[in-house]
Design a protein around this ligand. Structure first.
Ligand code: MSP
Length: 526
């Protein structure tokens, strides 16, 4: 496989199982939810480009039970079933619009999920006991919190994590002790790649010193919207246990087809559930543990936390009317980093999209189609003598080096789910090509050096082809447009190599299509 380093080759997979969290249906999706799905989508797309016959499970869906959803439906005066159905549908519509390529969309209200949860509960039974439980319950976080996870603001006790109120709760329920599993949990955590990025691994290592007994159910009279504990219709299964088991349901549990997942994607607010509760439940049930948990930080809007009360929650579909779906996908994956919060701002989005999609990429493509330098819209063949000469030129040397290693560098960043770093490499390559193009003054070559002009055009079009191929996981619809315009047929990852290197695999386009001249329409900046 040409252009793929050893490290990268070792990661070549035949199956891939990636999940997003399932989303609460107490409100419509926002850009943060879309971001979780985009990381998984870009990763699944990248794996398919590397190996088109790979078996990919990419799951997402909606988390529909629990007090939070029950109260949201009551507040909206709608039956809880209809409420869930509507919001779950809106998630599906949103994901479809943004080309999320999930292979399954699970709803926790589905029958097959109930079967799976009931089965899982029975496997945990030897570790479950009934008794009194009391503590502070935070409905927004759907969890009991200890004193040190709570603070007092304006005389009210709130969760430090979400800033939302907690309620003192005393009730009979089923309990599960996390403490006996500490050693095995530490063994699992002691793997370099387990929790990424490292800052979140360190957070978990501190948290495991404070394992405790958790409540696994709630009395039906308090929480009726949920699955019933097997053999006890007075109790509802704790919504987080119900939700986490979705990852087993989609793998066919109790008849598992593919397990364990390669990566669970989750936001930093739900790290404890994925990095402590979930592996411990799996240990207790005698099942294999996930290979990796990839944790991402949050999106703020104009440097503020998104919240309904502030009225700054961004609906992805509404945002797409301003920036297009590809524009929003590009911005979120370009600017989102896992280790620290991202900032969503209208001006920043417009600047980035204009500079990178409209100018650096779109303009370069337009210039290759200009009447003065390419009247017949050809994708010229490469002249081997002309390229030898060009190799002496320092502007081409830099571009050539970048192009030769692009599939490796970008591939490694994508493999690590660091999409922003991969995009950065691609944009730097396109900028380098813009300098190369400018330096060679093709408008003058058109008058006196047809051979060199063809060579410059070939190299520039190759850079566009390779960049578009490498951007496919990020902006599939927009890259499809470029690749169609360039008549590129072979679109896998091993085609992310220039024609003069990857001669065997290369099937060179001959013409550029006349349609679709504007790749990305410039956005107005006031
Ligand atoms: N239902 C639980 C997950 C159960 S998974 C077994 C849940 N749902 S959620 O709808 O509240 O959040 C879903 C995902 O969206 C989480 O990964 C969360 O971190 C993420 N985000 C919520 N707000 C976010 C931002 N502002 N920015 C980025 N991601 C954010 O938790």
């Amino acid at each position: 496989m040409c252009g793929i380093s050893n490290k990268f080759k070792n990661m070549y997979k035949t199956s891939y199982f990636i999940t997003t969290p399932i989303f609460y249906v107490n409100a419509n999706p926002h850009i943060g939810h879309l971001y979780s799905a985009l990381i998984a989508d870009a990763s699944a797309r990248f794996q398919k480009l590397c190996n088109p016959s790979i078996n990919v499970i990419f799951s997402t869906g909606t988390d529909e039970h629990g007090l939070k959803v029950q109260r949201a439906a009551e507040a909206n005066k709608v039956s809880v079933e209809n409420y869930c159905q509507n919001i779950s549908n809106y998630y599906e519509t949103t994901f479809r619009k943004f080309n999320i390529s999930h292979s399954s969309f699970i709803r926790t209200t589905s029958k097959k999920h109930n079967v799976s949860v009931q089965h899982f509960w029975k496997r945990l039974q030897p570790h479950i006991k009934k008794g009194k439980y009391n503590g502070w319950y935070c409905t927004a976080d759907e969890t009991f919190l200890s004193e040190d996870q709570i603070e007092i603001i304006n005389g009210m006790r709130v969760s430090k994590e979400s800033g939302r109120p907690v309620e003192w709760t005393e009730e009979d329920n089923y309990k599960f002790d996390l403490r006996p599993f500490k050693e095995k949990l530490v063994d699992w955590l002691n793997h370099q790649e387990r929790i990424k990025p490292k800052i979140f691994h360190d957070i978990l290592l501190r948290e495991i010193n404070y394992l405790y007994e958790i409540s696994l159910s709630r009395p039906k009279h308090r929480v009726n919207w949920g699955l019933t504990v097997p053999g006890d219709d007075t109790q509802t299964i704790y919504v987080w246990l119900d939700a986490l088991v979705n990852y087993l349901t989609i793998s066919g549990y109790p008849e598992i087809k593919m397990w364990p997942p390669d990566v669970h994607i989750c936001g930093k607010d739900i790290l404890k559930f994925h990095g402590i509760y979930w592996p411990i439940f799996l240990l207790a049930a005698g099942l294999k543990l996930p290979k990796q948990i990839f944790v991402h930080s949050h999106w703020k809007v104009n440097d503020e936390k998104m919240s309904k009360t502030k009225g700054n929650v961004v609906d992805p579909i509404e945002a797409s009317h301003l920036y297009t779906e590809s524009g929003l996908r590009y911005f979120l994956l370009r600017e989102g980093t896992a280790h620290s919060d991202g900032n969503y701002s209208d001006l920043k989005i417009r600047r980035i999209l204009n500079a990178e999609l409209a100018d650096t990429m779109g303009n370069l493509l337009n210039r290759c189609c200009g009447k003065a330098i390419n009247p017949n819209m050809i994708y010229p063949d490469l002249d081997s003598i002309a390229i030898e000469k060009l190799l002496l030129d320092s502007k081409f040397k830099e571009l050539n080096t970048r192009l030769n290693i692009l599939s490796n560098t970008v591939g490694n960043h994508y493999e690590e789910l660091n999409f922003y770093k991969g995009i950065d490499e691609i944009i730097a390559t396109l900028q380098c090509c813009n300098r190369f193009f400018e330096y060679n003054k093709p408008w003058q070559l058109a008058k006196n050096d047809a051979i060199k002009l063809s060579c410059v055009l070939h190299i520039t079009l190759e850079t566009l082809r390779i960049s578009a191929l490498a951007l496919q996981p990020i902006i599939p619809a927009l890259t499809n447009k470029i690749l169609n315009k360039l008549n590129v047929k072979s679109r896998n990852w091993n085609h992310v190599t220039p024609s003069w290197i990857n001669k065997d695999q290369y099937d060179c386009p001959k013409y550029i299509n006349k349609e679709n001249n504007i790749l990305f329409k410039k956005l107005v900046i006031n």
